[in-house]
Design a protein around this ligand. Structure first.
Ligand code: DGJ
Length: 743
C-alpha cells in the first residue's frame, strides 16, 4: 500500500512513484500538521520534528496565552479560523445558534482503504483497488460539532495526490458554511516563484511567472464558470526551476465554477496554498446531520521541473479522469460551419460544404449555432430547441441522412444552459432565468442564464435536446456556454439558500451532462464556452475534448496550446484549421502551418471548403493522412516542451515521445525569421541515451508523408548536444520531424 500510518510517530506516510507526503498529529492537542511534501523518501525517522512543536514561545500546557504564537506558525493540514491562525482559513462557518464563526479542528480517527469512492454529483479522478489507495482522516471541532473528513488518494501509476474534503454538521443546529477550501498546504520557508495561467477571450491560458512575495497572491473566478480570465491552477516553482529541472508543486482544481487559488507567504516565509470554491457568493446551509462534499484538488510534485509536472498531470488525466470511450481513439476529422457561415446558412449551403469536404476526406460535419427556433442572429431563441425546418429545408433527420450518405458523420451544437429573453421559453417561464426581482438582469450576448439548479428546468431542456438527438443520427455534440453568471437570484431557492446558487448551478450542469451521456452512451461530446472559458478538469470528466479557444490563428494558438498543454493532454485540445486572414487577428499564415498547429490537438476544419483556393484544398487530404498516421503518437505520447514562443517570440518547439514505440515527433514553428543566423540546435529529451535514431522529415504538403533525411544520430547526442534544425525561409513556417529508434 502506498499509504500507511506510523502509530508510534503519529505520522501518515503517503507515497506516489516519485514523491512523499507526510502528515503528523501534534501530540497533546491533536492538531493535524503538514510535515513534508517533496522528493520520495525511504526513511522518515524524525520527520515530526518539522512540526516544531517545542519551539518557543509555544508552551500551551503552561500558559495558554502563548497559543496565539503557536497558531500563527503551525503548519496546519487544514487551517482553522478565528482562533489565532491569522493566515488564510480553510473553513469558515456561521453557527445559527450563536452567530459565531470560529472553527478549530482536532484529529479524531482515520481509515486507509484500497480504491477511491465517488464524489457524489461531482467529477473526480477514479481508479481500481489495485491502482489507488485512499486515506480519510476525520477531524472534529468539539465546540461547534463540525466534522471534517480530509481525503487523500494516491495513484500507483501517476505522481499525483487527489485531495478533497467533506463537511458534516454533527451539531443539533443548522450551520452556514461560508467558506470550504478543498485543499490547504503549508510548506516550509522557501523562496518560490508562482506560475499561473492567465487569459481573456481568444487568449486563454497564457503562462505568467512571478516571484511570490510576502502577503497573499490569488487567482480566482466569480463568473460562475472556471473562466477565460484565470485558470483554476497554480504552481509553486523553486527559483532555479525550469522546464527540465528543479522543484515544482502544481495544484489543479477539478471544478467548473467559481474558484479561489491562493498562495500566502507569511512573516516566517512559510508558504500556504489554499484552493477551493470561492467564498464570495457562497453560503451553504447544512442542517443537522447533513454533509457537504467539496470538489477535488490534484496535487503534483515534480523534481524534474515543469516538464515533470506536465507529464504527471497528463498521465493522471488520461488514466484516471477522462472516462470517454473516445479517449484512446482517433476522433473523426470534423468540419464546423461556424467560421464558414456564422448564422447565414441553409441545408443547400451545408450540403455543398459537406460534399466538398467528403471529397477531401473530412469525416464529420458539425452544424454550429443557428439551426433552431428563430435563431438568425444571436439575439433570440436560446431555450427553443426545435429544429427550424424552413432554414434546414426539411427535417434534421433528412439533412443528417444526406450527410451520412456522403460517408460523413454529423454533429450538432447546443447551448443548453441559456435562455434568450426573445424566446418562447422565456415567454412561458420568465422565472426560469437567473435574475433578481426588481433589477433588470444584465444581458450578455443578448441572453440570460437558465436556472439549472431547478429540476424542472433541467428536465425541460434535456427533453428537448433528447428529442432532437433521437430524431437524427447525431454522433457528436458541441455543448457551448457563452456568458457568465450575474444577477445571482433564483426564484426557487429560499432566502437563506440563495448563497447556494452558484455551486448548485455547477452541480445542475454536471447532472445534465451525465444524463446526456447515459441517454447517448456513444456520443462524442465536446465542451466549449465562448472558446476556452470552461476548459477545466471538471469538464474533462464528461467530455474527452474541449474547444480550446475561439482564436484559431496559428501563431496565437501556439501560446494558447502551450499553456493548455502545461496541464492537459493534447488529445483533449480542440484545434482546427481556419481561413486567412484569420477572423480574430487578421493574420495570414500558410495553410500547412495552420494544419501542423491543429495536428497537436483534436484536428478539424473551421472554414468554407467551397471557397478555398485549389492550392489550399489539395493540402487537406495530405493533412488528414498525417493526422491519421500520427494521431495515436500525439494522443498517447509523453510531452516535452523544448522552446517557447512566449519567451522568445520567434520560435516554438515541443517533442512527443513514445517510449513503447521507440519513436519521437518534434514539432517546430519559426514564428519570425531572423537574418544571418545559423541552424538551430535543439537539445531533445526523453530519448534513450544509447539508442540510435533515424530522422525523417514529415511533410504536410508533399506526396510522401515521411522523407528519410539519411541522418542517424545517437540519443545521447540528441539529448546532450542537440538536434540540428535548418532555419526555414520566411515567417510562420513549421517543421515536423519523426525520429525512429533503430538500435
Ligand atoms: C462560441 C463558440 O466558441 C464558437 O465556436 C461558436 O460555437 C459560437 N459560440 C456560436 O455561437
Amino acid at each position: 500500500m502506498s499509504i500507511c500510518y506510523l502509530e508510534k510517530e503519529r505520522l501518515f506516510w503517503l507515497d506516489t512513484p516519485h514523491s512523499t507526503y507526510l502528515i503528523g498529529i501534534a501530540a497533546k492537542e491533536g492538531f493535524l500538521g503538514h510535515v513534508y511534501y517533496g522528493q520520495k523518501l525511504s526513511d522518515v525517522s524524525g520527520a515530526l520534528s518539522l512540526l516544531r512543536l517545542s519551539e518557543p514561545p509555544f508552551t500551551p500546557d503552561v500558559n495558554d496565552r502563548d497559543r496565539s504564537s503557536f497558531f500563527d506558525a503551525f503548519p496546519f493540514e487544514y487551517s482553522s479560523n478565528g482562533v489565532g491562525d491569522f493566515r488564510e482559513s480553510s473553513l469558515r462557518i456561521c453557527c445559527t445558534k450563536n452567530g459565531q464563526d470560529a472553527v478549530s479542528l482536532v484529529y479524531k480517527k482515520h481509515e486507509i482503504q484500497k480504491g477511491k469512492g465517488k464524489l457524489i454529483g461531482l467529477p473526480a479522478t477514479f481508479g481500481s483497488e489495485e491502482e489507488v489507495t485512499t486515506l480519510v482522516i476525520t477531524c472534529e471541532d468539539p465546540v461547534t460539532g463540525i466534522v471534517v473528513e480530509l481525503s487523500y488518494s494516491t495513484f500507483e501509476d501517476a505522481d499525483a495526490i487527489a485531495r478533497s474534503v467533506r463537511i458534516v454538521n454533527g451539531s443539533d443546529d443548522a450551520v452556514y458554511l461560508k467558506k470550504v477550501m478543498s485543499a490547504c498546504l503549508d510548506l516550509e520557508a522557501r523562496d518560490f516563484d508562482i506560475l499561473t495561467l492567465h487569459g481573456s477571450w481568444a487568449r486563454e491560458r497564457i503562462q505568467e511567472r512571478k516571484p511570490l512575495g510576502h502577503g497573499v497572491f490569488s487567482v480566482a473566478s466569480l463568473r460562475g464558470e472556471s473562466s477565460h480570465q484565470e485558470h483554476p491552477f497554480l504552481a509553486l516553482m523553486g527559483k532555479d526551476a525550469g522546464q527540465d529541472r528543479g522543484d515544482v508543486y502544481g495544484f489543479h482544481f477539478v471544478y467548473s465554477g467559481n474558484f479561489l487559488a491562493m498562495a500566502q507567504r507569511s512573516q516566517f516565509d512559510q508558504v500556504r496554498i489554499c484552493m477551493g470554491i470561492h467564498p464570495e457568493n457562497f453560503c451553504w446551509k447544512l442542517d443537522p446531520g447533513e454533509s457537504f462534499q467539496a470538489p477535488e484538488v490534484i496535487l503534483v510534485y515534480s523534481s524534474e521541473g515543469l516538464g515533470g509536472m506536465t507529464r504527471s498531470f497528463h498521465d493522471l488525466y488520461r488514466r484516471h479522469l477522462i472516462r470517454s470511450s473516445y479517449l484512446h481513439k482517433n476522433r473523426p476529422v470534423l468540419i464546423n460551419n461556424w467560421e464558414a457561415t456564422y448564422f447565414d446558412f441553409n441545408a443547400e449551403k451545408l450540403l455543398d460544404i459537406a460534399k466538398e469536404s467528403a471529397k477531401l476526406g473530412i469525416e464529420m460535419l458539425v452544424l454550429d449555432d443557428g439551426w433552431f427556433g428563430n435563431r438568425f442572429d444571436d439575439n433570440r431563441s436560446l431555450g427553443d430547441w426545435q429544429v427550424n425546418e424552413e432554414k434546414l429545408q426539411g427535417s434534421l433527420g433528412e439533412l443528417v441522412s444526406k450527410v451520412n450518405a456522403l460517408g460523413m458523420k454529423f454533429g450538432l451544437w447546443f447551448e443548453p444552459e441559456m435562455i434568450s429573453p426573445d424566446s418562447k421559453l422565456y415567454e412561458a417561464h420568465p422565472d426560469w432565468a437567473i435574475q433578481i426581482q426588481g433589477r433588470r438582469a444584465c444581458r450578455a450576448r443578448n441572453q440570460l442564464v437558465l436556472d439549472v439548479t431547478r429540476g424542472e428546468v433541467r428536465e425541460h431542456i434535456l427533453a428537448q435536446i433528447f428529442e432532437v438527438l433521437h430524431s437524427a443520427n447525431v454522433e457528436y455534440v458541441k455543448w457551448d456556454m457563452n456568458r457568465p453568471l450575474t444577477d445571482l437570484g433564483s426564484a426557487n431557492l429560499p432566502a437563506d439558500r440563495q448563497g447556494e446558487l452558484c455551486h448548485r448551478y455547477v452541480l445542475g450542469m454536471y447532472e445534465m451532462q451525465e444524463r446526456l451521456l447515459s441517454e447517448f452512451p456513444n456520443l462524442l461530446l465536446e465542451n466549449c464556452s465562448g472558446g476556452g472559458g470552461r476548459f477545466d478538469p471538471g469538464m474533462l470528466y464528461y467530455s474527452p475534448q474541449i474547444w480550446c479557444s475561439d482564436d484559431t490563428d496559428a501563431v496565437e494558438r501556439l501560446r494558447i496550446q502551450e499553456g493548455t498543454a502545461l496541464v492537459y493532454p493534447l488529445s483533449c485540445m480542440g484545434a482546427h484549421v481556419s481561413v486567412c486572414p484569420n477572423h480574430t487577428v487578421g493574420r495570414s499564415t500558410p495553410f500547412a502551418t495552420r494544419g501542423q498547429v491543429a495536428l497537436a490537438g483534436t484536428f478539424g476544419y473551421e472554414l468554407d471548403v467551397t471557397k478555398l483556393s485549389d492550392e489550399d484544398k489539395v493540402c487537406i487530404p495530405k493533412q488528414i493522412r498525417a493526422y491519421h498516421a500520427l494521431n495515436e503518437h500525439i494522443r498517447e505520447g509523453r510531452y516535452y516542451r523544448l522552446a517557447s514562443s512566449l519567451e522568445k517570440r520567434d520560435f516554438d518547439c515541443f517533442e512527443i515521445v513514445r517510449e513503447d514505440e521507440g519513436a519521437a515527433l518534434v514539432f517546430a514553428t519559426q514564428v519570425l525569421a531572423t537574418p544571418n543566423m545559423r541552424s538551430r540546435c535543439i537539445p531533445l529529451q526523453g530519448l534513450c541515451e544509447d539508442a540510435k535514431y533515424r530522422i525523417y522529415e514529415v511533410s504536410l504538403e508533399k506526396e510522401e508523408l515521411m522523407e528519410d533525411t539519411e541522418n542517424v544520430v545517437s540519443g545521447g547526442i540528441l539529448m546532450h548536444a542537440g538536434l540540428i534544425l535548418k532555419r526555414p525561409w520566411g515567417d510562420f513556417k513549421t517543421q515536423l520531424l519523426y525520429l525512429e529508434r533503430i538500435s
